[in-house]
Design a protein around this ligand. Structure first.
Ligand SMILES: Cc1cc2nc3c(=O)[nH]c(=O)nc-3n(C[C@H](O)[C@H](O)[C@H](O)COP(=O)(O)OP(=O)(O)OC[C@H]3O[C@@H](n4cnc5c(N)ncnc54)[C@H](O)[C@@H]3O)c2cc1C
Length: 422
């Protein structure tokens, strides 16, 4: 069947055990994880014409494991293993996505005790990491400024560099191809019998009294289903509102601006760099022909979006200039002569703790996988496993060693150090 066409004629009724709304990296992972461990009939629907048309397509796709909560470390670590073993995980002979190990350096203002705690939390949960001292960093990446002093963006000229003495390094951090990984998971879904339909938006939830009992598609088709999973990324709120579900957490679609700069062979091979002076991060792109800069995490560059179908797709000039200046602070010796481009995508920020809401909602029949706050790509394989385990009771390879209620709707806010760097 060609993408963008419905399997049914207009007004047709069908049934499933599970309908997943949204075939981004989260919905595709959820559907695949259910299908690979059960015989439940799963239908995955997306209003876009193909995979990775939402947040996933704009993702910087960094996989790293430094989190404040040990269980989130384990979730990120098991998901990283899935990305590293992508053909095994997807059970596909050939995949579009691959894993590129770049290592991640955290250039943060931390005491040696805080660094030691971070390191212990990583290594105790199976992540390869080490402390690098200033001399090690200078030896590996001589171009990198080791300043850890935060920059005040209102008074940048007052900034005086203060070098850190030691830094956390995650050896196996890296990147995958977000659009490729999303389309691989769609292939895996189909191979495991999931019915995947693109070009068909869900226009309403079907309610049976107080409970959700299916979805109505824009073309008029109705799917009855015991479970409907909201994996609609930044579009998640109207679905929850429709059912009167999930009023506890504030999930805000937020425009994030990315800057891409040409990068030549002679430019330094930097690790993924988390920049504590500016709350931003950088990584190589296109096999090192570009450098990708995530703009500083300050409110003026993070616009709240009311309608996820309507936001400016290119970065603002002021953001471009500030981000480049922040990057030049980090690698001051590198001369830039190439072109600058960029793009924007949407995070769905959980304002309370930057962690997602995953599992059954308080409305029977409606489940949630929402509010990933800039962390959804790296966690996607494990999030799918959490939902699949809750639904089926079955475990499978690459499953994370975490409580399935880790991100339950009725949890208390989890510890976090904030946003992109949570
Ligand atoms: C700029 C940027 C950088 C990022 N960098 C990283 C990173 O380095 N590491 C990391 O882990 N994460 C990162 N993220 C976050 C990560 O990309 C997201 O958390 C993740 O992609 C969310 O996936 P999703 O499937 O929930 O959402 P989406 O990819 O948005 O998918 C939702 C899908 O739902 C569909 N949909 C919506 N409404 C309906 C409807 N009514 N009916 C049917 N379908 C519908 C949409 O078409 C869409 O395909 C980044 C995100 C952005 C924007």
């Amino acid at each position: 069947m060609a993408r963008g066409t419905s399997v049914h004629s207009r007004g047709f009724k069908s049934t499933a055990d599970v309908v997943v709304i949204g075939a981004g990296i989260i919905g595709a992972s959820v559907a695949y994880q259910i299908a690979r461990r059960s015989s439940l009939k799963v239908i995955l629907v997306d209003k876009a014409d193909g995979p990775a048309m939402g947040s996933t397509g704009a993702s910087v796709a960094i996989s790293r494991c430094r989190y404040t909560v040990p269980e989130v470390v384990r979730l990120a670590q098991s998901s990283q293993l899935a990305y590293r073993s992508w053909q095994d995980f997807t059970q596909l002979g050939a995949t579009n996505s691959d894993y590129l190990e770049l290592g991640a350096l955290w250039v943060f203002d931390k005491t040696s005790k805080e660094l030691a705690d971070d390191l212990d939390r990583l290594t105790e949960n199976g992540v390869a990491a080490e402390i690098l001292y200033a001399a090690d960093v200078a030896e590996h990446w001589p171009e990198l400024n080791k300043c850890v002093q935060p920059i005040d963006f209102l008074r940048p000229h007052d900034h005086e560099c203060r070098s850190g003495e030691s830094f956390l390094y995650e050896n196996t951090a890296g990147i995958a191809d977000p659009a490729g990984a999303n389309s691989d998971l769609i292939d895996s879904c189909r191979r495991h019998g999931v019915q995947v339909t693109f070009g068909q938006g869900v226009s309403e939830l079907v309610m049976d009294g107080e409970r959700v009992s299916g979805v109505l598609l824009e073309g008029g088709d109705r799917i009855h289903s015991g479970i409907v999973i909201n994996a609609a990324g930044p579009w998640c709120n109207w679905i929850n509102d429709f059912a009167g579900a999930q009023q506890k957490w504030t999930l805000t679609p937020t425009r994030i601006q990315l800057i891409l700069r040409e990068w030549s062979e002679s430019d330094p091979r930097l690790p993924i760099t988390f920049d504590g002076s500016t709350d931003s991060c950088y990584r190589l792109e296109r096999s090192g022909q570009q450098i990708l800069l995530v703009s500083p995490e300050i409110s003026q560059f993070m616009e709240t979006i009311d309608n996820p179908d309507d936001f400016r797709g290119t970065p603002d000039q002021q953001c471009v200039e500030t981000t480049l200046a922040a990057f030049m602070h980090r690698v001051p010796g590198v001369k830039h002569s190439g072109r600058t481009t960029g793009l924007c995508g949407l995070y769905t920020i959980n304002e309370e703790d930057n962690h997602p809401v995953v599992g059954p909602s308080e409305v029977e029949g409606l489940w949630l996988a929402n509010g990933f706050s800039g962390h959804g790509f790296k966690l996607a394989p494990g999030i799918g496993a959490i939902i699949a385990r809750l639904l089926t009771g079955e475990s499978a390879s690459f499953d994370p060693d975490v409580d399935e209620n880790l991100f339950a709707i009725d949890r208390a806010p989890l510890a976090t150090t904030g946003g992109v760097l949570a």
